[in-house]
Design a protein around this ligand. Structure first.
Ligand code: NAD
Length: 495
């Protein structure tokens, strides 16, 4: 099966002659070949988005909103189909796939309120008979470039707001799980979106580079690893575009001595191993403060050994990793952690998975006594590996987190309101949870990290997303009375 591009309202095979295999991570079998765009294919998609822009920009808000509502209804009714597509190519368990769609749908629902969100301001008589108003207009054709780990939710952080605001979109999904984007494109057509407003360009660096340098693309929303996020930010801004480039993460969960350790252990397991740790908001470092570490590690271990790893379609807790190469890379980190002297409490390499032997299996892994110089701490592993670090005080925990180059999410577990409040004030991280391990903001707030987790100024969705996909214009107007006239070459005065 060939997985095509979606350009101007239809599937397009492309001209590059290049394809890449797509696998089912639960079996290791190749299930399709995805078209890999050439620069020429990219230009075709960009031209379609550029041609559709003037009419879409001028489509009334009423009509645009009706289409977004229709898309929301179709998505809500048929999200089971999309979840199966995600599980088949990504491997995450079906309930988790449905969860990501629901979080994306919330952004669609937020975008349904676009008439209110982009309403302008008006001042009458700023000067005598002079009125001033401000409006927000779409920026033009925009590119969305997304990672493998959320093939539906991450694109949906951006395109609902972009489209609602009157922009046209070229989405470049991950080549590892490209089918979700195509399904979404067909749904848009069914919802009544005009051809060319939403396009899908399959591919890799060649497709991305074409989007980053094209003069027709006015804004780029990127999500992926930090080195690529930095590259995308630098390249696209140097080509005059506005860019929001969300990068990698190393998220810490602090547990203070007064915390409910059962609640904290549940949270650590859910946040550490959910989606096999392939979440940018996964907790990968647990910072145990004071003398609770032994108890906490025991409670986490007790829960972790009960987790079932296997085929995500079958009701297990955790699915496989995305590719064989990634599974081997994560297994390599486990070996490094062991030889660096961390205590390997649970070794996921020994997992007995409930699935075919060719699947990219790696079970949940737990390390204790992890040092900040070990690669299992310094690197974003992006797998089911939870590292416990031990510190004596709250201050040491904060210092450790603030010294980390990433700043996506963090959480504190405590019953001490004063400590929690101090943490939210002092921590240098973009999204903070208080007794909430994965503090992903609701759609009407904005999602984004600090430091190496985001390059750019504006975060995803919420009002920051609306600002990103629109630009402001201020209009100063005077309508002279019929009696007005006369010549005056002086500088206009404010009267
Ligand atoms: P990735 O950086 O390998 O790929 C992301 C996108 O960039 C893909 O579409 C890919 O095709 C493209 N790409 C890859 N190499 C490129 C290159 N050299 N030049 C141009 N484009 C290139 O990331 P991934 O492995 O797909 O996703 C996992 C990463 O994404 C993790 O680091 C994770 O933390 C991060 N992520 C971050 C967030 C966030 O909100 N900050 C959310 C989800 C994922």
């Amino acid at each position: 099966m060939t997985i095509a591009h979606w350009i101007n309202g239809k599937r397009v095979a492309g001209t590059s002659g290049r394809t890449a295999p797509v696998t089912d991570p639960s079996t290791g079998a190749i299930t399709g070949q995805v078209a890999m765009a050439s620069t020429r294919d990219a230009d075709t998609a960009i031209s379609a988005a550029a041609a559709a822009f003037p009419a879409w920009r001028d489509t009334s808000l009423t009509r645009r909103t009706q289409i977004i509502f229709a898309f929301r209804e179709l998505l809500n009714a048929r999200k089971g189909e999309l979840a199966e597509i995600i599980t088949a190519e990504h491997g995450k368990v079906l309930s988790d796939a449905l969860g990501e769609i629901t979080r994306g749908q919330e952004v669609v629902e937020f975008a349904c309120g676009i008439p209110h969100l982009i309403k302008g301001e008006f001042t009458e008589n700023a000067s005598t008979r002079v009125d001033v108003s401000s409006i927000r207009q779409p920026v033009g054709p925009v590119a969305v470039i997304s990672p493998f780990n959320f093939p539906a939710m991450v694109p949906m952080w951006f395109f609902p707001v972009a489209i609602a605001a009157g922009n046209t979109v070229v989405l470049k999904p991950s080549e590892k799980d490209p089918s979700a984007a195509l399904w979404i494109a067909e749904l848009w057509t069914e919802a009544g979106l005009p051809d060319g407003v939403f396009n899908v360009l399959q591919g890799d660096k060649e497709a991305v580079d074409a989007l980053l340098v094209s003069p027709a693309i006015k804004a780029v929303s990127f999500v992926g690893s930090t080195p690529i996020a930095r590259y995308v930010y630098e390249t696209a801004t140097s080509h005059g575009k506005r860019v929001q480039a969300l990068g990698g993460a190393k998220n810490h969960m602090v547990v203070l001595p007064d915390a409910d350790l059962d609640l904290a252990a549940d949270a650590a397991v859910n946040a550490g191993y959910g989606s096999a740790g392939e979440r940018c908001m996964a907790v990968s470092a647990l910072v145990a403060v004071g003398d609770i570490a032994d108890d906490l590690v025991a409670k986490i271990a007790e829960r972790t050994v009960k987790l079932r790893t296997g085929d995500g379609m079958t009701g297990v807790d955790m699915g496989p990793l995305i590719t064989r190469a990634h599974r081997d890379k994560v297994a390599g980190y486990i070996a490094e952690g062991e030889s660096a002297g961390a205590r390997l409490v649970i070794d996921g390499r020994k997992v007995e998975a409930e699935g075919e032997s060719g699947g990219f299996w790696l079970g949940p892994t737990l390390f204790d006594n992890v040092g900040t110089d070990m690669s299992i701490y310094t690197d974003e592993i992006f797998g089911p590996v939870l590292s416990v670090l031990r510190v004596d005080t709250y201050e040491e925990a904060v210092e450790l987190i603030n010294a980390n180059p990433y700043g996506n999410g963090t959480a504190i577990f405590t019953n001490d309101g004063g400590a929690a409040r101090r943490f939210q004030n002092e921590i240098e991280v973009g999204m903070v949870g208080i007794n909430v391990p994965v503090p992903v903001p609701m759609a009407y707030f904005s999602f984004g990290g600090w430091k190496n987790s985001l390059f750019g100024d504006l975060h995803a969705h919420g009002m920051e997303g609306v600002r990103f996909f629109t630009r402001a214009k201020v209009i100063t107007s005077r309508w002279p009375d019929p009696s007005h006239g006369g010549i005056n070459l002086g500088f206009p005065e404010n009267t």
